[in-house]
Design a protein around this ligand. Structure first.
Ligand code: BEZ
Length: 389
């Protein structure tokens, strides 16, 4: 008669688990390369992304997939002309396993090129350049933020539904601004409006006066503006100082008023924007996140913090599936493609081109809060044009 050897059986089952855990413990830390702006008009955005990422890691006890995390950092200055050199500092000099960045679309496009050439895993926690998850899409490139088209298209639709017929767009002249203006025109014109003029200033100029004078002369029904960070603070204040807010409502993607309200003060009151986040979603998930964030950093979370937090969540899903083993890239990618991110913004999944399929909220500024006024478009996916994976 065969006897059941409990000890041997338990050892057979448990040993691989323990040795696996021990292997993960012994393994060198995962090397994360943050390429974010620490100076210039987008500096605050970079800081929020980094803090959001680190908060999620801290909540997991400092480990993802059983592995400790080591951070490397480069200040990209939101300068595309330095981006290739900067990203190579992380990839070649620091030998990072994962790149996280950036805020500026032009910088992130250069990062995506290097990530494709070197097959480095890249998670984009802000920059919305459409090509990153469009023509340049790749198995090793993910984004936890948006495409420039997503919030812009939703705002175009909302502005037309609010009865506006003629609009002017004003942006910084680079990929994000131009794609945002185009996305707005797309939504606005599909719903019966007409964009009469697309204005721009070079990035990161804040010399808006001449264009504000021209807007006053043209008298559109509405203005749509893409600016963010320090530039958004200056633009919103200048718009009010020129008296334009009295007759021509100002709209924008949520970047126009996110993370900027303390500095914009009275000038931002009442502005409607569209974004995949708002300050008072009031869900248990978001409330817990906001509480943890304010405790850790003594400042309120914003959309950039959420995107950084989600970048860490996405990486955690991949590392967990691979048992912390970065050489198991196919398992990692597969899990990152399939996971639903339990985001403070509301849970979402990735599109086939690795960009969030997400609700876009309509928000309005009250005090220092971007208050949610409804959902402009549910589960909006970027068209991901040109992506062939
Ligand atoms: C961008 O360059 O893609 C970007 C920068 C700031 C806010 C939103 C988008």
């Amino acid at each position: 008669m065969q006897t059941f050897n409990f000890k041997a059986c338990a050892a057979a089952v448990l040993l691989p688990l323990f040795s696996h855990a021990a292997a993960a413990d012994d393994a060198a830390p995962v090397r994360i390369g943050f390429m974010l702006p620490a100076t210039g008009t987008y500096a605050a955005l970079g800081n929020m992304i980094e803090n959001g990422f680190k908060l999620y890691v801290a909540e997991q006890g400092g480990r993802l997939g059983g592995r400790t995390i080591h951070y490397f950092k480069v200040d990209d200055e939101s300068d595309p002309s330095k981006a290739t050199e900067n990203v190579n500092k992380l990839v070649k000099r620091d030998q990072v396993d994962v790149l996280v960045g950036s805020v500026h679309s032009g910088v992130a496009l250069a990062m995506a090129k290097v990530a494709r050439e070197t097959n480095t895993l890249l998670i984009v926690p802000n920059a919305g350049a459409e090509a990153i998850t469009g023509a340049m899409c790749a198995k090793n490139i993910f984004r936890t933020s948006f495409t420039n088209w997503q919030p812009a298209f939703a705002m175009g639709k909302v502005a037309a539904e609010r009865g506006h017929k003629k609009a002017i767009t004003i942006t910084w002249n680079y990929a994000a601004g131009n794609e945002s203006a185009k996305g707005f025109a797309d939504g606005f014109e599909k719903s019966g409006g007409k964009v009469e003029k697309a204005m721009n200033v070079p990035f990161p100029s804040v010399e808006f006066q001449a264009l504000l004078t021209e807007i006053a002369a043209q008298k559109p029904d509405a203005v749509y503006a893409f600016f963010a960070g320090g530039g958004a603070v200056k633009f919103v204040k200048d718009y009010v100082a020129a008296g334009l807010n009295k007759t021509i409502p100002l709209y924008g993607p949520g970047f126009l008023t996110d993370g900027t309200l303390d500095a914009q003060g009275a000038a931002a009151q009442g502005i409607y924007t569209t974004l995949h986040y708002a300050d008072n979603l009031n869900t248990p998930r978001d409330n817990a996140f906001r509480l943890a964030f304010v405790k850790a950093y003594k400042s309120n979370a914003d959309v950039y913090a959420v995107q950084g937090y989600d970048a860490a969540q996405l990486l955690a899903a991949g590392l967990k599936a691979a048992g912390g083993d970065l050489t198991k890239r196919p398992q990692m990618i597969d899990a990152m493609e399939k996971t639903r991110i339990d985001s403070p913004r509301g849970s979402y999944r990735m599109s086939a081109s690795h960009n969030p399929v997400q609700d876009i909220y309509l928000r309005q500024v009250r005090g220092n809060v971007n208050e949610v006024r409804g959902t402009a478009i549910k589960a909006l996916a970027d068209p991901g044009l040109g992506c062939k994976m």
